[in-house]
Design a protein around this ligand. Sequence first.
Ligand code: MG
Length: 376
Amino acid sequence: MDMNKSLNLATIISRGRIINENPPKYRTEFQRDRDRIIHSSAFRRLEYKTQVFINHEGDLFRTRLTHSLEVAQVGRSVATALHLNVDLVEAICLAHDLGHTPFGHVGQDELNRKLIHSGFEGFEHNLQSLRIVDKLEERYAQFDGLNLTFETREGILKHCSLKKAQELGDIGVRFTENKQPSLESQLANIADELAYNYHDVDDGLRAGLITLEQLQEVSIIKRQLETVLSNYPKLSGRRLHKELVRGLIGITIYDLIENTNKNIEKYEIRNDSEVRNAPQIVQYSPQMYQAQRELKKFLHKNLYKHHTVMQLRFKATNIIGALFDAYMSDELLLPEQFRLKVITDGLARVVTDYISGMTDRYAFRQYNKLFTVERV
Ligand code: MG
């Protein structure tokens, strides 16, 4: 009985791709999606895009590439334990940040502000991720984009306005009908949050922007620190910090697995259509949910608003804003392959695709070309 139930959840027959293709010979459909994502240009560019810290500030800090790999790792572990479709979770996790602008959220905020201010639709990185996999990647003879399965594309579209959902057709239906996405999509979403909360703690400690003393304001961290120190009373420095973060990730993942299993039982989830009509199934226990909120609040107050981070954000905002204004003022400043698309896509769309596709260092370089007197 138990086995049948698990088997049903892991077996997903794909609703297919936008352009029909022969099934892969030696891979599953979702493994094919994953492989296409890994080989895409947008995926490689994640190496030089910021998470919270500008990546040239230190080689050991996370970039969006290492973040995406960590999200996929958390996703795979939890999916395996819950008997979900591991390949699908992995594909969604690896693709989830493809549409991010340079300089993390501050880049997205500024691009969004500029677009709205100029009378256009704003910028949303989930929609941009979808645009990349559906249209912008140019690698295949037969189609634009990566021609991924419905399931991976639906998972990439994490949030979406009702208006946009209507325009997007089948993958927008869950928003217009107010239903849940697949368990794999729900998991990718939580794995993302779990990974960045704890790696921000890790990177924040390493950068000296937050301290272990400060972190004890957060109850789950205080408790975990006590556990580590009762097992290893002499532990200190780097190893204490690493052991702490490792333990936190472990207890959080355990909670997620156990509570989700409870929900699967409670709501008698046996197949995809039951998933869609139920409440959110992949979820922490209420206690862990609270603990994660508390941690987030701490990070907002103490890390994301730290003056060192704020200075970088200020600089990044100015760069994105200045690049947007420059390209919008004269399309001849755009590289030819982008300029040629202005006729079909419109200038604002092309400028948005160009800027959001930049890595941090590419954006710095373009800014220097346009605005710095000493540099050409
Ligand atoms: Mg992410």
